[in-house]
Design a protein around this ligand. Structure first.
Ligand code: K7E
Ligand code: CUA
Length: 680
């Protein structure tokens, strides 16, 4: 098959190619505004029926929660659909000054890795937990690309509660994919690397790529009740690049599928080196069989070194555990576990339709979209319709597994979602459009221009057995002229499209927080009723919690540590006058929020702290660490406007020179308490 890139190659030298692709993306979008077939969409967006379709009246709630990845921002942002209103930012792999995540003593350990404290990552794929192949609104799993990690967000609190580092991985991109009952969350590496055998990536010459570099697919077990993750085993796979994955459903629910590129195993100049073969592969892995092999003793063990960080529910303290081993399977030793399906070169997205029969592979450089058939794949395996093998993994014949090709869909297909009504929607990066096609006869039935260069699409439940086929969100890479200019960098852009009818209708543009790659959405009534309003004070088992004002204290421990156990309630902190701290002391402010009411956090900040504030939820305790460097009087205050007397919610710490004889005292109100004897 002649692919897009070979067409371009014939016409243009390589340098010109990239420019042509980039310019084409923008020009295409613009020409449509100027009067191409997209003009109608622009008008629709301004029309009153589009406005009323997204209008959520003041005080009313949205129909759906959507969770957009923050890309290189390392967080997840929560938007209401259809309004496009931003509801929350959930920090995952980043420090977040707004609430002290990653700064407070309690949360810092969430960002521990085998490389030390890593307060940033590149987050691409949010995936909701599932029950019987349907999103259940319990947890959201997300990947960290750069320092390979998988995180879990609890949707009762909208907080990151667990982060698992992935060994033998680099560029954890085809990740995380929950199976239909969260038996496993599956994560594949994008970059192949030398194995982590010695507890640190091996020191291997780069020209040894072919022999020494391998990929890995990790199988993380999920506790069905608590959601806790545990890396059960890995499959070590050939040294390709693994791009995206998706799980089967229905007849294919035991399987997970991965797109691969660089089957050439090129270690350099991949834009050329990884584009030599006309076909790369779709890797099909039977995860149930893999789990069985692992259980029945086929797994070997190798040394590893990776962190598992968990937030305790009652103390709100994160703890890190270092894991030193990982089990692994080799496909060549596990017959029936893995097959390779040839796919047009360098494919990106792989998406499985709601019936579980079709695997749609979006080859960004291909001129058609191949649709593979799961039942044909089963037949081909049975009849051994192989085209040789690669690293001991049977390669199936292309024709034996291909159902159809969607012809002339557009340029640069990336990702596909489904509406549950027999239609598929594929994003076209280069021609900047969403293309709707029918699963019955694989013909294109509608096109909608999007602005510009669309990446993922998201239909609520569009990757599950039963999509909620009313809306589609297109997440675009380039914004250009869509919003008021804000200097060289513009907000990324999402667009909401009505897909309830035959023709797509553009409803809304909304800016996003950093770069959304993928997103998930779920009906609000599956999440909202379970939302926690406050934490119960009597369940708070933080070792430095202060449950009533009378228990507030300031104590010196040893030479240089001062522990302040403080309470906060509208509208004062106890104590609010502290003396006896010395320059160079390490002061821990353990602040307990005594409120037992919804939406009354108190914030705590002290002048000069090399830190963020900490924002304490009702019933919880959070700790701000502070090392004063100069003698003086330092105000502290509540940062969150919590009552009419919020501005009065403040206090002072006196810091004396090192070695001074000012005793530790603390008070609230007039009466000065007697000095407290130093604890040891
Ligand atoms: Cu942006 Cu899913 Cu990382 Cu495609 S990926 S766009
Ligand atoms: Cu507490 Cu403002």
């Amino acid at each position: 098959m002649e692919t897009l890139i070979t067409k371009f190659r014939k016409a243009a030298p390589k340098a010109a190619l990239l420019m042509a692709v980039a310019a084409g993306a923008v020009l295409q979008g613009c020409s449509k505004i100027a009067g191409g077939d997209g003009a109608g969409a622009t008008v629709t967006a301004l029309s009153s029926d589009a406005a009323s379709a997204v209008y959520v009246a003041p005080g009313k709630h949205d129909e759906l929660y959507s969770f957009l990845s923050g890309g290189f921002n390392g967080q997840v942002s929560v938007y209401g659909i259809p309004s496009g209103r931003l509801l929350k930012i959930i920090p995952v792999f980043t420090q977040h000054g707004e609430n002290g995540y990653g700064y407070s003593e309690e949360s810092k350990a969430m960002l521990n890795t085998s490389h030390g404290f890593v307060p940033w990552d590149d987050l691409h794929h949010p995936k909701l937990s599932r029950t019987n192949g349907q999103t259940d609104g319990r947890w959201l799993f997300v990947n960290g690309n750069n320092t390979p990690r998988v995180a879990r967000i609890d949707l009762t609190t909208f907080e990151t509660v667990e982060i698992m580092e992935i060994p033998n991985s680099a560029g954890n991109h085809c990740s995380p994919y929950p199976t239909n009952n969260n038996e496993y969350v599956i994560a594949g590496t994008r970059f192949s690397v030398p194995l982590d055998m010695k507890g640190g990536t091996g020191d291997v010459a780069l020209d040894k790529y072919e022999e020494e570099f391998r990929g890995s697919i990790s199988f993380i077990k999920v506790d069905p009740e608590k959601g806790d993750m545990d890396l059960d085993f890995q499959i070590l796979v050939p040294g390709f690049d693994y791009d995206l994955a998706n799980g089967g459903k229905g007849p294919s629910e035991d399987w997970v599928f991965f797109t691969t590129y660089n089957s050439e195993k090129s270690g350099t100049l991949k834009e050329v080196g990884a584009s030599q073969n006309d076909k790369d592969y779709l890797a099909a892995v039977n995860w149930k069989l893999a789990a069985k092999y692992a259980k029945e003793g086929k797994a070997r063990e190798m040394p590893a070194n990776y962190y598992h960080n968990k937030m305790d529910k009652n103390s709100h303290i994160a703890k890190s555990t270092v894991k030193k081993k990982v089990r692994y399977l080799l496909p060549e030793e596990c017959p029936g576990m893995m097959y390779l399906l040839p796919a047009p070169k360098s494919p990106h997205g792989i998406d499985v339709d709601p019936t579980g029969e079709y695997m749609v592979v979006s080859g960004k450089l291909a001129s058609a979209i191949p649709v593979f058939s799961f039942s044909k794949m089963q037949e081909a395996i049975k009849n051994k319709q192989f085209d040789g093998e690669k690293n001991g993994i049977p390669v199936l014949k292309y024709e034996s597994v291909l159902k159809a090709e969607v012809k002339e869909p557009g340029l640069g297909p990336l990702h596909t979602e489904f509406d549950g009504k027999g239609n598929a929607y594929t994003s076209m990066f280069v021609s900047s459009e969403v293309v709707k096609w029918k699963l019955s006869d694989f013909t294109v039935v509608d096109r909608m221009p999007v602005y510009y260069s669309v990446g993922h699409l998201m239909i609520p439940g569009g990757d599950t057995k039963e999509p909620y086929g009313k809306y589609l969100v297109a997440m675009n890479k380039i914004t250009k002229d869509r919003y008021l200019p804000t200097g060289p960098e513009l907000a990324h852009s999402a667009q909401l499209i009505d897909i309830s009818g035959e023709k797509m209708k553009m409803l809304l543009d909304f800016p996003t927080v950093a770069e959304p790659h993928y997103a998930q959405a779920i009906r609000a009534d599956l999440v909202a009723p379970k939302s926690v309003k406050f934490f119960k004070l009597d369940e708070n088992n933080h070792p430095h919690a202060t449950k009533k004002e009378a228990d507030a204290s300031v104590k010196r421990e040893g030479k240089n540590v001062v522990r302040v156990k403080m309470t906060a309630i509208r509208s004062h902190m106890t104590p609010d006058n502290i003396e006896g701290v010395q320059v160079g002391d390490t002061v821990y402010f353990h602040v307990t929020n005594l409120e037992q009411d919804w939406d009354v956090p108190h914030g705590f900040a002290v002048m000069g702290a090399n830190n963020a504030e900490t924002l304490i939820m009702p019933g919880a305790t959070q700790t701000l660490k502070w090392v004063p460097k100069k003698a003086g009087v330092y105000p502290f205050y509540c940062t969150d406007f919590c009552s009419a007397l919020h501005q009065e919610m403040q206090g002072y710490v006196r810091v004396s020179p090192k070695g001074s004889n000012v005793p530790i005292t603390f008070s609230t109100g007039k009466k000065k308490q007697a000095p407290v004897a130093s604890a040891k």
